[in-house]
Design a protein around this ligand. Structure first.
Ligand code: ADP
Ligand code: ADP
Length: 226
């Protein structure tokens, strides 16, 4: 895993929309940072810039010691977990997990080892020959996380990964992500507008407002009422 450093990161969309107005933030190696704030405050723009899905207007983005501003998403050594699972419906769980590694030219036995290791960690080893539709929502979410995990990335980005789940499953997955984080110590940047999710998961919360950081602190510091 690696740190993520944002220095004066800015995004201006065409039409002079200043979506992100100069963010300084250092996410430590192994730290889980949750980005919260009202709709339109710039959360997904910021996450997409880190992922490489959106160009950076100004500022510097580093993964570890490496400046990655101009690298393609695939070259950034970062894995993104989406809310819609983004699983291939026609492929088995095994092949869903293996697909990204195959594309990256991994050898068959390396793929086997990584898939089996991730499957054990996520407790989906018994489902590897099933198709996504034969899984529960929670199991599918774990496969989606497995696809990120097999790549052994420097960091994880989460874009509202639980927002499509029903309330019960959301609670369950929140706990699972927390447990996984404790075990794996993944450097993570997680976007949500669910306050409970933010409080449960975050080592540190960053509150964005109008494209700027309004507050940074532990869940206690942010949400504790006097
Ligand atoms: P959030 O994820 O917090 O809801 P966004 O990052 O999606 O916020 O949006 C931040 C601001 O940038 C909003 O004012 C939004 O309308 C604007 N915005 C987002 N995407 C685009 C785009 N592709 N072109 C122009 N403006 C955009
Ligand atoms: P990775 O393993 O790095 O996520 P893949 O090569 O598996 O990359 O997928 C390439 C891109 O296609 C990724 O951005 C991924 O999120 C997207 N993708 C994967 N599965 C689906 C799907 N079922 N529907 C739409 N997009 C998908």
């Amino acid at each position: 895993m690696a740190s993520i450093t944002l220095e004066g990161l800015k995004k201006t969309y065409s039409g002079n929309v200043d979506a992100v107005k100069g963010i300084d933030l250092a996410i430590e190696d192994g730290e889980f940072v949750v980005l919260v704030g009202p709709s339109g405050c710039g959360k997904s723009t910021l996450l997409r810039m880190v992922a490489g899905l959106e160009s950076i207007t100004d500022g510097t983005l580093k993964i570890g010691d490496r400046e990655v501003n101009n690298l393609e998403p695939a070259e950034r050594d970062i894995a993104m977990v989406f809310q819609n699972y983004a699983l291939y419906p026609h492929m088995t769980v095994y092949n869903n997990l293996a697909y990204g590694l195959k594309n990256r030219g991994f050898k068959k036995d390396q793929i086997e080892e990584r898939v089996q290791t991730a499957a054990k960690m996520l407790e989906i080893a018994d489902f590897l020959q099933r198709k996504p539709r034969q899984l529960s929502g929670g199991q599918r979410q774990r496969v989606a996380m497995g696809r990120a995990l097999v790549r052994d990335p420097a960091a994880f980005l989460f874009d509202e990964p639980l927002s499509n789940l029903d309330a019960k499953l959301r609670v369950q997955m929140r706990v699972e992500i927390k447990q996984l984080q404790r075990r794996l110590k993944t450097t993570s940047l997680y976007v949500t507008h669910d306050q409970l999710e933010a409080m449960t998961l975050g080592d540190r919360l960053v509150v964005l407002n109008g494209g700027q950081i309004e507050q940074v602190g532990t869940p206690m510091e942010i949400y504790a009422r006097p």
